[in-house]
Design a protein around this ligand. Structure first.
Ligand code: HEC
Length: 179
């Protein structure tokens, strides 16, 4: 073996190792995401969440075109009302959405087209569970979504934290309490 082919072998070896390292890294990250999604899915849909207190409502136009309600359990609502910068462990926030449809019966009474109401529920009821230690890797919150009662898959949940992390100074919660 001359020096040139020796160099080439060394180069190929280094490239193979880098590649294997990269693949292993990506595989480990995917495993972690799946494991996280499984753990979060096991949190399930909190019983009675539909009766929680209203924090606020929101309207999304564009592709989503829905109206939504943001509800909180007692710990979440207390923190929202007091405007505390950090939510306490145990706080849970729910987000429900419905299609936004014109109400013909209301419009008839009102004499013009101005009424929009909640139509069919949109797929994907979303939850944020606060536990600063358990979910430290995702800013202290577990993000979950259930479509027709079934947990959303890992790839979907990956996007939640990265976007909510943009409101870090408000402990990852966008919605403000509507007084
Ligand atoms: C591209 C950004 C983005 C992504 C991705 C995203 N959200 Fe949100 N989320 C928002 C914004 C903005 C609001 C507030 C306005 C609204 O409700 O439409 C919100 C509101 C919420 C709320 C109500 C509390 C709050 O922060 O206002 C919950 C709960 C929630 N999202 C959960 C999730 C879950 C679970 C996922 C992933 C499946 C997710 N979100 C993905 C931007 C995002």
């Amino acid at each position: 073996m001359n020096a040139r082919s020796g160099n080439r072998i060394a180069f190929l070896l280094a490239a193979a190792l880098t590649l294997t390292g990269g693949v292993a890294y990506v595989a480990a990250a995917a495993r972690e995401t799946r494991a996280r999604a499984d753990t979060h899915a096991s949190l399930g849909i909190p019983p009675g969440y539909r009766d929680w207190t209203l924090i606020s409502v929101a309207r999304e136009e564009g592709d989503l075109d829905d109206i939504r309600a943001i509800l909180g359990n007692d710990l979440a609502v207390k923190a929202c009302r007091e405007g505390t910068p950090l939510f306490p462990d145990g706080a849970v926030i729910a987000r429900i959405a419905w299609s936004c449809v014109p109400s013909e019966e209301n419009n008839e009474v009102l004499g013009r087209r101005q009424s929009f109401v909640a139509g069919l529920p949109k797929n994907g009821v979303q939850f944020m569970f606060k536990d600063s230690r358990k979910y430290a890797a995702t800013g202290g919150w577990a993000f979950t979504q259930f479509d027709d009662g079934r947990p959303a898959d890992a790839s979907m949940l990956e996007a939640c934290f990265s976007c909510h992390a943009l409101t870090k100074e408000r402990d990852l919660v966008f919605t403000r309490y509507a007084h």
